[in-house]
Design a binder for this molecule. Sequence first.
Ligand code: TXA
Ligand code: MG
Length: 328
Amino acid sequence: MPLLDARKPQDVRAAAQRLAAGELLAFPTETVYGLGARADDDAAVRRIFDAKGRPAEHPLIVHLAAPEEAARFAADWPAAAQALARAFWPGPLTLIVPRRPGSAAAAAGGQPTIGLRVPAHPVAQALLQQALALGVSGVAAPSANRFGRVSATRAAHVVQEFGAELVVLDGGDCPGGIESAIVDCSGAQPALLRPGLLERRQIEAVLGRPLRERDEASPRASGTLAAHYAPSAKLRLMSAGQLRDALALLGAQSAGLGLAVYSRSALPRSSGVIYRRMPDDAVAAAHELFDALRDFDARGARILWVEQPPDAAAWEGVADRLQRAAAA
Ligand code: TXA
Ligand code: MG
Protein backbone atom coordinates (compact mmCIF):
# COMPACT_ATOMS: atom_id res chain seq x y z
CA MET A 1 0.00 0.00 0.00
CA PRO A 2 2.59 2.67 0.84
CA LEU A 3 3.70 2.89 -2.81
CA LEU A 4 0.97 3.67 -5.30
CA ASP A 5 1.86 3.34 -8.98
CA ALA A 6 1.02 6.45 -11.02
CA ARG A 7 0.84 4.35 -14.21
CA LYS A 8 -2.24 2.59 -12.81
CA PRO A 9 -5.47 4.62 -13.03
CA GLN A 10 -6.89 2.89 -9.95
CA ASP A 11 -3.83 3.94 -7.93
CA VAL A 12 -4.15 7.58 -8.98
CA ARG A 13 -7.81 7.39 -8.01
CA ALA A 14 -6.88 5.92 -4.61
CA ALA A 15 -4.36 8.72 -4.14
CA ALA A 16 -6.99 11.39 -4.86
CA GLN A 17 -9.37 9.67 -2.45
CA ARG A 18 -6.74 9.80 0.28
CA LEU A 19 -6.38 13.53 -0.17
CA ALA A 20 -10.15 13.96 -0.16
CA ALA A 21 -10.30 11.98 3.12
CA GLY A 22 -7.84 14.39 4.77
CA GLU A 23 -4.90 11.99 4.70
CA LEU A 24 -1.29 12.71 3.75
CA LEU A 25 0.04 11.74 0.35
CA ALA A 26 3.42 12.29 -1.28
CA PHE A 27 3.26 12.90 -5.03
CA PRO A 28 5.56 13.87 -7.90
CA THR A 29 5.69 17.26 -9.58
CA GLU A 30 7.95 18.51 -12.38
CA THR A 31 10.28 19.99 -9.73
CA VAL A 32 10.46 17.68 -6.67
CA TYR A 33 8.09 15.40 -4.74
CA GLY A 34 5.57 17.17 -2.53
CA LEU A 35 4.09 16.02 0.80
CA GLY A 36 0.44 16.89 0.33
CA ALA A 37 -2.79 17.32 2.25
CA ARG A 38 -6.01 19.11 1.32
CA ALA A 39 -5.42 22.81 1.87
CA ASP A 40 -8.87 23.48 3.34
CA ASP A 41 -8.37 20.99 6.20
CA ASP A 42 -6.22 22.60 8.92
CA ALA A 43 -5.89 19.34 10.88
CA ALA A 44 -4.60 17.51 7.79
CA VAL A 45 -2.19 20.36 7.05
CA ARG A 46 -0.87 20.29 10.63
CA ARG A 47 0.11 16.66 10.06
CA ILE A 48 2.41 17.84 7.26
CA PHE A 49 4.19 20.19 9.67
CA ASP A 50 4.48 17.37 12.23
CA ALA A 51 5.84 14.88 9.69
CA LYS A 52 8.43 17.35 8.37
CA GLY A 53 9.40 18.78 11.73
CA ARG A 54 8.79 22.18 10.16
CA PRO A 55 7.98 25.28 12.23
CA ALA A 56 4.25 26.01 11.92
CA GLU A 57 4.77 29.62 10.86
CA HIS A 58 6.58 28.57 7.66
CA PRO A 59 3.94 28.73 4.94
CA LEU A 60 3.31 25.94 2.42
CA ILE A 61 2.58 26.13 -1.30
CA VAL A 62 -0.99 25.31 -2.34
CA HIS A 63 -1.12 23.29 -5.58
CA LEU A 64 -4.05 23.85 -7.91
CA ALA A 65 -5.46 21.81 -10.80
CA ALA A 66 -5.99 24.94 -12.90
CA PRO A 67 -5.41 28.71 -12.72
CA GLU A 68 -9.16 29.32 -12.25
CA GLU A 69 -8.95 27.72 -8.81
CA ALA A 70 -6.69 30.52 -7.57
CA ALA A 71 -9.73 32.67 -6.83
CA ARG A 72 -10.64 30.35 -3.94
CA PHE A 73 -7.44 31.26 -2.11
CA ALA A 74 -6.43 34.68 -3.45
CA ALA A 75 -8.06 37.85 -2.10
CA ASP A 76 -6.65 39.82 -4.96
CA TRP A 77 -5.04 38.87 -8.27
CA PRO A 78 -2.44 41.53 -9.05
CA ALA A 79 -1.53 42.30 -12.67
CA ALA A 80 1.92 40.73 -12.16
CA ALA A 81 0.35 37.45 -10.97
CA GLN A 82 -2.01 37.48 -13.93
CA ALA A 83 0.83 37.98 -16.41
CA LEU A 84 3.09 35.35 -14.83
CA ALA A 85 0.31 32.76 -14.45
CA ARG A 86 -0.63 33.25 -18.11
CA ALA A 87 2.95 32.83 -19.22
CA PHE A 88 4.15 30.01 -16.96
CA TRP A 89 1.24 27.99 -15.53
CA PRO A 90 1.10 25.09 -15.49
CA GLY A 91 4.76 25.04 -14.58
CA PRO A 92 7.56 25.40 -12.02
CA LEU A 93 6.55 28.83 -10.70
CA THR A 94 4.95 29.70 -7.35
CA LEU A 95 3.15 33.03 -7.00
CA ILE A 96 2.66 34.73 -3.64
CA VAL A 97 -0.54 36.78 -3.56
CA PRO A 98 -2.80 38.26 -0.85
CA ARG A 99 -4.76 35.47 0.86
CA ARG A 100 -8.52 35.31 0.96
CA PRO A 101 -9.40 35.65 4.66
CA GLY A 102 -10.49 32.34 6.16
CA SER A 103 -8.97 30.21 3.39
CA ALA A 104 -6.14 27.73 4.02
CA ALA A 105 -5.05 29.40 7.28
CA ALA A 106 -2.81 26.56 8.50
CA ALA A 107 -1.24 26.09 5.06
CA ALA A 108 -0.42 29.79 4.93
CA GLY A 109 1.30 29.55 8.30
CA GLY A 110 -0.66 32.56 9.49
CA GLN A 111 0.68 34.82 6.69
CA PRO A 112 -1.74 37.29 5.11
CA THR A 113 -0.49 35.94 1.77
CA ILE A 114 -0.63 32.54 0.08
CA GLY A 115 1.72 30.70 -2.28
CA LEU A 116 -0.03 29.14 -5.28
CA ARG A 117 1.22 26.89 -8.07
CA VAL A 118 -0.35 24.89 -10.91
CA PRO A 119 2.12 22.06 -11.55
CA ALA A 120 2.66 20.76 -15.08
CA HIS A 121 3.67 17.19 -14.25
CA PRO A 122 1.09 14.84 -15.82
CA VAL A 123 0.77 12.78 -12.62
CA ALA A 124 0.31 15.87 -10.45
CA GLN A 125 -2.22 17.17 -12.98
CA ALA A 126 -4.21 13.92 -13.00
CA LEU A 127 -4.12 13.77 -9.21
CA LEU A 128 -5.20 17.39 -8.72
CA GLN A 129 -7.98 17.08 -11.32
CA GLN A 130 -9.37 13.98 -9.63
CA ALA A 131 -9.05 15.50 -6.18
CA LEU A 132 -10.87 18.59 -7.46
CA ALA A 133 -13.68 16.38 -8.70
CA LEU A 134 -13.89 15.04 -5.13
CA GLY A 135 -14.18 18.57 -3.73
CA VAL A 136 -10.50 19.31 -3.02
CA SER A 137 -9.79 22.72 -4.52
CA GLY A 138 -6.13 22.92 -3.47
CA VAL A 139 -3.43 20.64 -2.10
CA ALA A 140 -0.93 22.14 0.34
CA ALA A 141 2.45 20.53 -0.22
CA PRO A 142 5.95 21.43 0.82
CA SER A 143 8.85 19.45 -0.60
CA ALA A 144 8.73 15.87 0.72
CA ASN A 145 11.79 16.00 2.97
CA ARG A 146 12.39 16.61 6.64
CA PHE A 147 12.95 20.24 7.56
CA GLY A 148 16.34 21.53 6.43
CA ARG A 149 17.21 18.40 4.52
CA VAL A 150 17.67 17.59 0.86
CA SER A 151 14.49 17.55 -1.24
CA ALA A 152 13.23 14.30 -2.76
CA THR A 153 13.20 13.73 -6.53
CA ARG A 154 12.32 10.02 -6.46
CA ALA A 155 9.77 7.96 -4.54
CA ALA A 156 12.64 6.09 -2.85
CA HIS A 157 13.97 9.40 -1.47
CA VAL A 158 10.58 10.11 0.11
CA VAL A 159 10.63 6.70 1.77
CA GLN A 160 14.17 7.43 3.04
CA GLU A 161 12.86 10.62 4.65
CA PHE A 162 9.60 9.44 6.18
CA GLY A 163 9.70 5.65 6.31
CA ALA A 164 7.43 3.17 4.63
CA GLU A 165 4.19 4.17 6.42
CA LEU A 166 3.79 7.31 4.34
CA VAL A 167 1.81 6.67 1.17
CA VAL A 168 3.71 7.80 -1.94
CA LEU A 169 2.27 8.06 -5.43
CA ASP A 170 5.29 6.87 -7.40
CA GLY A 171 5.61 8.75 -10.67
CA GLY A 172 9.31 8.08 -11.23
CA ASP A 173 12.08 10.63 -11.37
CA CYS A 174 11.09 14.31 -11.22
CA PRO A 175 12.21 15.94 -14.48
CA GLY A 176 13.25 19.32 -13.04
CA GLY A 177 15.09 18.34 -9.88
CA ILE A 178 15.06 21.65 -7.97
CA GLU A 179 12.06 23.47 -6.48
CA SER A 180 9.91 26.05 -8.23
CA ALA A 181 10.91 29.68 -8.59
CA ILE A 182 8.91 31.82 -6.13
CA VAL A 183 7.78 35.32 -7.06
CA ASP A 184 6.12 37.50 -4.44
CA CYS A 185 3.40 39.45 -6.26
CA SER A 186 1.79 40.79 -3.08
CA GLY A 187 3.81 44.03 -2.95
CA ALA A 188 4.23 47.03 -5.22
CA GLN A 189 7.17 45.49 -7.10
CA PRO A 190 7.41 41.70 -7.62
CA ALA A 191 10.31 40.03 -5.80
CA LEU A 192 12.14 36.79 -6.52
CA LEU A 193 12.05 34.90 -3.20
CA ARG A 194 13.66 31.73 -4.55
CA PRO A 195 15.29 31.12 -7.95
CA GLY A 196 14.39 27.95 -9.85
CA LEU A 197 14.90 26.51 -13.27
CA LEU A 198 12.72 29.18 -14.77
CA GLU A 199 15.27 31.91 -15.37
CA ARG A 200 15.06 35.35 -13.82
CA ARG A 201 15.28 37.00 -17.24
CA GLN A 202 12.31 34.97 -18.53
CA ILE A 203 10.25 36.19 -15.57
CA GLU A 204 11.44 39.77 -16.01
CA ALA A 205 10.66 39.63 -19.74
CA VAL A 206 7.02 38.88 -18.91
CA LEU A 207 6.85 41.53 -16.18
CA GLY A 208 8.58 44.11 -18.35
CA ARG A 209 10.71 45.22 -15.40
CA PRO A 210 13.40 43.90 -13.06
CA LEU A 211 12.50 41.71 -10.10
CA ARG A 212 13.15 43.08 -6.65
CA GLU A 213 15.47 41.03 -4.44
CA ARG A 214 13.98 39.53 -1.30
CA ASP A 215 14.53 41.65 1.80
CA GLU A 216 13.97 41.44 5.53
CA ALA A 217 10.34 42.44 5.03
CA SER A 218 9.73 39.43 2.79
CA PRO A 219 7.76 36.66 4.48
CA ARG A 220 9.67 33.78 5.96
CA ALA A 221 10.47 31.11 3.38
CA SER A 222 12.29 28.03 4.59
CA GLY A 223 13.73 27.49 1.10
CA THR A 224 15.30 30.90 1.57
CA LEU A 225 16.90 30.30 4.97
CA ALA A 226 20.67 30.70 4.79
CA ALA A 227 21.13 27.08 5.83
CA HIS A 228 18.93 24.51 4.06
CA TYR A 229 19.08 21.58 1.61
CA ALA A 230 21.84 19.99 3.68
CA PRO A 231 23.24 16.52 3.11
CA SER A 232 24.81 14.82 6.15
CA ALA A 233 28.28 15.41 4.74
CA LYS A 234 29.78 18.82 5.47
CA LEU A 235 29.58 20.61 2.12
CA ARG A 236 32.04 23.22 0.93
CA LEU A 237 31.99 25.17 -2.36
CA MET A 238 35.39 25.61 -4.01
CA SER A 239 36.82 26.79 -7.33
CA ALA A 240 38.45 24.22 -9.64
CA GLY A 241 41.83 25.70 -8.71
CA GLN A 242 41.18 25.42 -4.99
CA LEU A 243 40.06 21.81 -5.48
CA ARG A 244 43.24 20.96 -7.41
CA ASP A 245 45.45 22.57 -4.77
CA ALA A 246 43.67 20.96 -1.84
CA LEU A 247 43.75 17.51 -3.41
CA ALA A 248 47.43 17.86 -4.29
CA LEU A 249 48.19 18.97 -0.73
CA LEU A 250 46.36 16.02 0.78
CA GLY A 251 47.89 13.49 -1.60
CA ALA A 252 47.78 9.99 -0.16
CA GLN A 253 46.54 11.33 3.18
CA SER A 254 43.07 11.81 1.68
CA ALA A 255 42.35 8.11 2.25
CA GLY A 256 40.05 7.43 5.19
CA LEU A 257 38.78 11.01 5.50
CA GLY A 258 35.41 10.26 3.95
CA LEU A 259 36.20 12.90 1.34
CA ALA A 260 34.00 13.26 -1.75
CA VAL A 261 34.42 15.59 -4.71
CA TYR A 262 31.64 16.73 -7.07
CA SER A 263 33.07 18.77 -9.93
CA ARG A 264 32.61 19.73 -13.55
CA SER A 265 36.37 19.96 -14.04
CA ALA A 266 38.48 16.86 -14.43
CA LEU A 267 40.73 16.53 -11.37
CA PRO A 268 43.69 14.34 -10.47
CA ARG A 269 42.42 11.21 -8.73
CA SER A 270 43.52 10.21 -5.25
CA SER A 271 42.69 6.81 -3.86
CA GLY A 272 40.08 6.80 -1.13
CA VAL A 273 38.30 9.87 -2.51
CA ILE A 274 34.78 9.49 -3.92
CA TYR A 275 34.54 11.35 -7.25
CA ARG A 276 31.46 12.27 -9.23
CA ARG A 277 31.31 14.47 -12.32
CA MET A 278 28.76 17.28 -12.22
CA PRO A 279 27.03 17.69 -15.60
CA ASP A 280 28.25 20.63 -17.71
CA ASP A 281 24.70 21.65 -18.43
CA ALA A 282 22.65 23.47 -15.75
CA VAL A 283 19.41 21.61 -16.54
CA ALA A 284 21.13 18.24 -16.23
CA ALA A 285 22.92 19.37 -13.06
CA ALA A 286 19.62 20.46 -11.46
CA HIS A 287 17.98 17.20 -12.45
CA GLU A 288 20.52 15.10 -10.57
CA LEU A 289 21.52 17.53 -7.78
CA PHE A 290 19.52 16.18 -4.82
CA ASP A 291 19.97 12.57 -5.89
CA ALA A 292 23.73 13.16 -6.10
CA LEU A 293 23.83 14.72 -2.61
CA ARG A 294 21.88 11.75 -1.23
CA ASP A 295 24.20 9.36 -3.04
CA PHE A 296 27.29 10.94 -1.44
CA ASP A 297 25.69 10.41 1.98
CA ALA A 298 24.84 6.80 1.11
CA ARG A 299 28.46 6.20 0.10
CA GLY A 300 29.66 7.40 3.50
CA ALA A 301 30.98 10.83 2.54
CA ARG A 302 31.69 13.02 5.58
CA ILE A 303 33.27 15.93 3.71
CA LEU A 304 31.92 17.00 0.34
CA TRP A 305 33.86 19.44 -1.82
CA VAL A 306 31.72 20.83 -4.62
CA GLU A 307 33.01 22.90 -7.52
CA GLN A 308 31.38 26.32 -7.58
CA PRO A 309 28.88 26.36 -10.48
CA PRO A 310 29.40 28.89 -13.30
CA ASP A 311 28.25 32.42 -12.58
CA ALA A 312 25.65 32.23 -15.37
CA ALA A 313 21.89 32.87 -15.43
CA ALA A 314 21.01 29.26 -16.16
CA TRP A 315 22.86 28.11 -13.03
CA GLU A 316 21.22 30.50 -10.54
CA GLY A 317 18.87 27.89 -9.03
CA VAL A 318 21.57 25.23 -8.63
CA ALA A 319 24.05 27.75 -7.21
CA ASP A 320 21.42 28.94 -4.71
CA ARG A 321 20.75 25.40 -3.42
CA LEU A 322 24.46 24.64 -3.10
CA GLN A 323 25.17 27.87 -1.22
CA ARG A 324 22.43 27.06 1.30
CA ALA A 325 23.66 23.48 1.63
CA ALA A 326 27.16 24.83 2.29
CA ALA A 327 25.84 27.18 5.00
CA ALA A 328 24.33 24.32 7.02
O1 TXA B 1 8.70 23.04 -6.47
C1 TXA B 1 8.20 23.31 -5.40
O2 TXA B 1 7.92 24.48 -5.08
C2 TXA B 1 7.90 22.17 -4.44
C3 TXA B 1 6.83 21.30 -5.08
C4 TXA B 1 6.35 20.22 -4.17
O3 TXA B 1 5.76 22.11 -5.51
N1 TXA B 1 7.47 22.66 -3.16
C5 TXA B 1 8.31 23.27 -2.31
O4 TXA B 1 7.73 23.57 -1.10
O5 TXA B 1 9.47 23.49 -2.57
P1 TXA B 1 8.56 24.06 0.17
O6 TXA B 1 7.57 24.20 1.26
O7 TXA B 1 9.70 23.16 0.43
O8 TXA B 1 9.02 25.45 -0.23
C6 TXA B 1 8.03 26.42 -0.39
C7 TXA B 1 8.59 27.73 -0.14
C8 TXA B 1 9.02 27.89 1.29
O9 TXA B 1 10.27 28.51 1.29
C9 TXA B 1 7.92 28.75 1.86
O10 TXA B 1 8.33 29.47 2.97
C10 TXA B 1 7.55 29.61 0.67
O11 TXA B 1 7.57 28.71 -0.38
N2 TXA B 1 6.21 30.16 0.78
C11 TXA B 1 5.04 29.51 0.75
N3 TXA B 1 4.02 30.35 0.98
C12 TXA B 1 4.56 31.57 1.17
C13 TXA B 1 4.05 32.87 1.48
N4 TXA B 1 2.76 33.07 1.66
N5 TXA B 1 4.92 33.85 1.58
C14 TXA B 1 6.24 33.66 1.42
N6 TXA B 1 6.79 32.46 1.14
C15 TXA B 1 5.97 31.44 1.03
MG1 MG C 1 11.53 22.49 0.87
